[in-house]
Design a protein around this ligand. Structure first.
Ligand SMILES: Cc1cc2nc3c(=O)[nH]c(=O)nc-3n(C[C@H](O)[C@H](O)[C@H](O)COP(=O)(O)OP(=O)(O)OC[C@H]3O[C@@H](n4cnc5c(N)ncnc54)[C@H](O)[C@@H]3O)c2cc1C
Length: 404
């Protein structure tokens, strides 16, 4: 006897998306989350256009700012604006408490049973189904399980997907929400071409293998730093130095609305499916190691999991789940691999970061390619190929120096 076809642990973007799609397909689905929504989630809150395009409902009510591009600032302070002329696919910024709450409500609206304040403490699976135990002593039985429970996934650990993220496969981040008022936000982040939108900033050179950022929200700025965990020894001091410089440059004395630290994984789990269980989103390690974006992959993996699980439930056959692995290879892992090789090259040294930023500054097509990849106008693989060829042709010496 099962209580539900699919149990999903975690109601972030990956779990909510999977739950909505499954419910829409007529599959009974129960989603459990330890938090009460709207819940806080440390995040810079930038989403590419593909995120709103992939969701089958309007998210305009939770959008903070429209984003037309980005500016990168090199270790020596050179600013390069990367703004595509094609305005058809703007990105956005959101607050995670609003965005995630909306996604969860949309899952519930589609028919998913959502249980908040429901911490899962034990999971197991056998040949007939899966069992989930909650902190308050409940036991729920289902036919299939989805681990959408983020970087510290209890599903992944207890079912033998992996033990932990090694320090070179996770990033550490500090993020503050600094209230400066709408006008100041726009003054700092306005699109320099005069288009009615804002841009975000990535600063390189303050930390090894990472960056600091400034992302515009309605009334405040998300100001943060992230770097690979094995390089993060001095991250707090590096952040403080950068923050003081930033505040001084822009003459701000913000009210700090929140100050938090968190980690995210940057290496896909070696296994995505075991028995009757799938991992999605951060639990599966689906975050871009170059940019730190995980929301697009959380959504893509939620959609892929729902597609595979719908088949598996209908046929009552775990072999249907293999489809999930195939979809991930095609729609997620290929992109993440390309990003990872770009990250390895870019973050290898301060010298490499400087060389590449200067190349983007001097070559408008190269800066367009960066904008197009972040904006989702071009696939990462295409961007990497074009950038490599262009650099080899225009700056052969620099290209060689990057790999030395
Ligand atoms: C500081 C920071 C900035 C970021 N900025 C960006 C950005 O600008 N753009 C972007 O695309 N990505 C960004 N990311 C990455 C992004 O936040 C994640 O990739 C994304 O949240 C993954 O979604 P998810 O649904 O897989 O997991 P999560 O959003 O982490 O959701 C997991 C859910 O599982 C629940 N849960 C956990 N354990 C249990 C349990 N035992 N029982 C029940 N429930 C449980 C949690 O309460 C949570 O709601 C950032 C990450 C960090 C840390």
């Amino acid at each position: 006897m099962t209580d539900t076809d699919v149990i999903i642990v975690g109601g972030g973007p990956s779990g909510s998306t999977a739950a909505r799609r499954l419910a829409q397909a007529g599959i009974s689905v129960t989603l459990l989350d330890k938090a009460v929504f709207p819940r806080q989630k440390p995040c810079a809150g930038a989403i590419r256009n593909e995120v709103s395009a992939a969701l089958d409902f309007d998210i305009s009510g939770v959008i903070q700012r429209k984003i037309s591009g980005l500016a990168i600032v090199s270790p020596s302070g050179i600013r390069v604006d990367c703004i595509p002329e094609d305005r058809s696919k703007p990105g956005h910024t959101i607050m995670r408490e609003d965005f995630d709450h909306l996604l969860l409500k949309k899952a519930e609206e589609a028919g998913a049973v959502v249980q908040e304040q429901c911490k899962v403490v034990e999971v197991s699976q056998d040949s007939a189904g899966v069992t989930v135990k909650t902190e308050d002593g409940r036991e729920i039985r289902g036919r299939f399980l989805v681990g959408a429970d983020g970087i510290n996934s209890i599903v992944a650990k207890q079912l033998g997907f992996y033990e932990r993220w090694s320090s070179d496969s996770a990033m550490v981040a500090i993020e503050i929400e600094a209230e400066v008022g709408a006008e100041k936000v726009h003054e700092i982040c306005r699109d320099p071409t005069g288009y009615d939108a804002d841009i975000f900033f990535l600063y390189f050179g303050d930390v090894p293998h990472g960056y600091t950022w400034c992302f515009p929200k309605k009334m405040h700025l998300s100001l943060g730093i992230c770097c690979r965990q094995d390089k993060a020894k001095n991250i707090r001091a590096a952040y403080q130095r950068w923050y003081e410089r930033f505040a001084d440059e822009h003459q701000i004395e913000p009210k700090i609305v929140s100050d938090s630290a968190a980690r995210f994984p940057v290496r896909p789990s070696p296994t995505l499916m075991r028995g009757r269980t799938l991992l999605v989103g951060d639990a599966a390690g689906f975050v871009d190691s170059f940019t730190g974006e995980g929301i697009p992959y959380a959504i893509r993996s939620g959609i892929a999991a729902a597609e595979a699980l719908t088949r598996a439930v209908e046929k009552n056959d775990t072999r249907g789940l293999q489809r999930y692995v195939e979809l991930c290879k095609k729609n997620i892992l290929k992109d993440l691999k390309v990003s990872d090789s770009m990250a390895k090259m870019f973050y290898k040294s301060t010298k490499n970061m400087e060389t590449l930023c200067r190349f983007f500054r001097d070559d408008s097509y190269a800066s367009y390619l960066i904008a197009a990849s972040i904006g989702g106008l071009l696939p990462m693989g295409t961007v990497k190929r074009k950038l490599t060829l262009r650099m080899l042709r225009k700056r052969p010496r620099d290209a060689i120096s990057l790999v030395r």
